[in-house]
Design a protein around this ligand. Sequence first.
Ligand code: GCU
Length: 333
Amino acid sequence: MTRRQVLTAAAAGAALTLCGCRQQEPEEAKPELILRYAENQPEDYPTTQAALAFAGLMADQTDGRVKVAVYSGGELGAEQSVIQQMQFGGIDFARVSLSQLAEYVPALSVLQLPYLYEDASQMWRVLDGSIGDDFLAMLDEMDLVGLSWFDAGVRSFYTREKVTDLEQLQGLTLRVQESDMMSEMITDLGAEPVQVVYSQVYAALRNGQIDGAENNWPSYDAMGHYEVAPYFLQDEHTRVPEIQLASTAAIEKLEALDPSYPEVLRTCARESARTERRLWAEREARSEKELREWGVEVTTLPDAEKQKFRAAVQPLYDRFADQAELLERIKES
Ligand code: GCU
């Protein structure tokens, strides 16, 4: 036997040993279907953590046959692009802000009117009840399936320079989501709206393209906006809930694998929404506490001043006059 033959035989033996070892290991479940989930928040954010919980539940409930791969930090694109990709089945799941969907289904805007809910509990009574179900069902017309509602707290303004009342907000350039209704709200408040995609807000604040923005405490924290806009005007103008979505193509793929999977999916989605709400409450309180300690200057509005904000956005309510009955049901919830 030449040296070369010896080496070849040794390598073959090692390969056999390796194969032998593998055969003795328990069979690793190999997913038969891999579905993609888009999330524009960072990894440690409550909505992303809930997406990961959803992925874990789906793997458990399908004995590993379905794998949900979560792409966070906007890796699959900004929300508008994700919505479009979902309509063509290119992305299977996502969590997006209601504002973004309301651009396609204007009736959804009612749920994010400024100063609509007295508090979070009232919003949850609405979303967890028949109104919430009806609104999720409206996404059918976009070829999307609304799975569950996620919490996104309440939004307030924050600015580069100190602003303490409505008067000082006049004429400022403020960033809003890609939403015409949010732009209208800013105009009604006497400021200048600029639609900027979420991932670009930090840069726009830093380079002075905008004077301020508006969002909830966890986003203000997670995206570092407080570093460049350290004045927080806690007017709590709107609650914009978020929706966990599936594409119709994803539901069809699941159904083809096992007819019970679409229902399994719905159960996992509801469970992950409960996780999100719990994580949200913790994160909202922590972000506010830590940012106050860091040195963010918070202005809380006295009732009389808040009244001025409410009065200024009345034109938006006039625009939804044909929804008077629904608005009444929400008020009574
Ligand atoms: C929230 C929401 C994001 C959204 C963002 C925005 O942070 O969770 O999905 O993109 O608001 O203001 O654009």
